[in-house]
Design a protein around this ligand. Structure first.
Ligand SMILES: Cc1ncc(COP(=O)(O)O)c(C=O)c1O
Length: 496
């Protein structure tokens, strides 16, 4: 039988409005496939008997049989006469990237694609959970999002723009949104932006890929934080760049390592306001030294400011871009955390000389971002709703962080030491017991808990063992239940 959380995931998939047009058996098949891809149903795990699952979901047995037949045809499950259906043994899982058996086979077979294509493929890409579960990191709470307000603003936009919004849009982004973003980053992040220097994209990830390909050539070196955000490292690896890891300490990236480097390095990637994953804030003297280095070497600073809306103790430090009078900084922002990931709107504030080249480059990827969503978002920001939403969520997340930190010290103190962050949506925890990081992650996953290992985020994959616990998307009660589950799971493997 499925565990309660697995059954709930399948039900959530079935009920999701975005899947309403799919036949029922396809929805069930997709939901189970997702559980497999996410690692929630591991290799060799039995699937419920079709009769039992049909009963739990209130559908006919034929529907379940059709879903299982499709999963079988796609290689996700084995069907053994007399004993039932099982997840295929070869399903592979790597943290942060989920590979089906097929993908794993394809990877090993090196398909007939270009070297560049292979580098992209081998990077594993960046794929996030479709249905977040504790403690998936970086996920905001979306269940209380003011959908009615959003819908009203969207209707207003449609009424005013009519069929105009159905046509192609400006590749740089709609003017109202660029203006709203510039006002916001100037006011809240201390940036030096104007609407004509803002480029609206679909995500930070798109910005990272654009930077990697537009600013550097294959073989060029780029400094990256060590440990670093996996999405950045993969974008740079896929573009054929040589990533030069730079140590991070309590004051952020160790800039001295950059300024004393004798080889030519053309750019640096960093998360200065809230280092991913350690949570460190880059000290002011280091920010200034970095800008000085970039100006002297005509290098680029790629500043990923992904979650500074959520700072719980005072205001976050102003961004590097605002301090940089030499125009060497590309500032990247996203609405994935501050609003919701399905929006797919991110942006960059560019030095003037990069606006045209980067706008042209993005047209080769996707033309432009969807005008309706941009115009609705602009209205949401202009009306003060964005600020209000962020303020509300900041209060909610601060409480959740508090709950998580308290529960971790109460129930998990035999295993980990929490590093309570000043901001963001996740809390790093360092392992203090004899368990390996891998064992802890696997034990957690077996009980439906998602934690992101820290050592794999280090360039050499050998950093101090620990994991990230996302807290923003889960209520105090959900956090409580999940911490208990995790504590039991770790205790069980410790004893084994
Ligand atoms: C450091 C960092 N940058 C960027 C992103 C991705 O944001 P987006 O959804 O806009 O690509 C994430 C998401 O987890 C992140 O942690």
């Amino acid at each position: 039988m499925f565990r309660h959380s697995q059954l709930e995931s399948v039900k959530a998939w079935l009920a999701h409005p975005a899947h309403a047009a799919m036949p029922l058996h396809a929805r069930i098949q997709r939901a189970i496939r997702q559980l497999i891809l996410d690692g929630a149903l591991g290799p060799g795990k039995p699937l419920p008997a079709s009769r039992a699952l049909a009963k739990s979901l209130g559908v006919s047995r034929d529907t379940i049989e059709a879903a299982y037949a499709q999963l079988h045809a796609e290689g996700f499950i084995d069907r053994r006469i007399g004993s039932g259906s099982f997840v295929t043994e070869m399903t592979e899982f790597t943290p942060g990237r989920r590979l089906s058996q097929r993908d794993a086979l394809l990877r090993n077979q090196a398909p007939n694609i270009s070297k560049r294509g292979n580098a992209m493929f081998r990077s594993g890409g960046v794929r996030e959970l479709l249905a977040p579960r504790p403690f998936a990191h970086g996920v905001p709470e979306t269940r209380n999002f003011p959908l009615q307000l959003w819908e009203r603003l969207e209707r207003q936009v449609l009424k005013e723009t009519g069929t105009q919004a159905l046509l192609h849009g400006d590749p740089q982004g709609t003017e109202p949104l660029r203006r709203a973003v510039a006002d916001y980053v100037n006011l809240e992040r201390g940036a030096r932006a104007t609407a004509d220097r803002v480029l609206i994209l679909t995500s930070s990830q798109q910005a990272l890929t654009l930077c990697a390909n537009l600013l550097l050539d294959s073989g060029d070196r780029i400094f990256i934080e060590d440990p670093a955000y996996y999405g950045a490292r993969r974008a740079f690896d896929a573009a054929g760049l040589e990533c030069v890891p730079v140590r991070v300490d309590r004051q952020g990236i160790v800039v001295e390592q950059i300024t004393t480097e004798s080889r030519k390095v053309k750019a640096v990637f960093l998360t200065p306001s809230h280092q991913f994953p350690t949570g460190a804030t880059l000290a002011l003297d280091r920010r200034l030294a970095l800008i000085e280095w970039a100006a002297r070497h005509q290098a680029w600073i790629i500043e990923d400011d992904y979650d500074s809306e959520f700072h719980y103790a005072g205001r976050p430090t102003a961004c590097v871009q605002g301090l940089d009078s030499h125009d060497r900084t590309i500032y990247i922002g996203t609405f994935t955390k501050s609003l919701f990931p399905g929006l797919r709107i991110g942006y960059v504030v560019l030095p003037p000389q990069l606006v045209k080249p980067m706008t042209v480059a993005r047209t080769l990827l996707d033309g432009h971002s969807a005008p309706m969503a941009q115009l609705t978002l602009a209205r949401f920001m202009e009306g003060g709703h964005f600020g209000a939403h962020v303020r509300t969520m900041r209060g909610i997340y601060a409480e959740r962080l508090d709950v998580l930190a308290t529960l971790v010290s109460k129930r998990l103190s035999d295993f980990v030491e929490a590093r309570v962050p000043v901001g963001g949506l996740q809390m790093p925890c360092m392992l203090t017991c004899d368990l390996s990081e891998r064992t802890a992650i696997d034990a957690a996953r077996r009980v439906g808990i998602e934690i992101l290992g820290l050592s794999a985020l280090h360039a050499a994959g050998n950093g101090k063992a620990g994991f990230l616990m996302g807290f923003a998307a889960y209520t105090p009660n959900e956090i409580d239940i999940a911490v208990r589950k995790l504590a039991n799971a770790l205790r069980t493997v410790m004893k084994a």
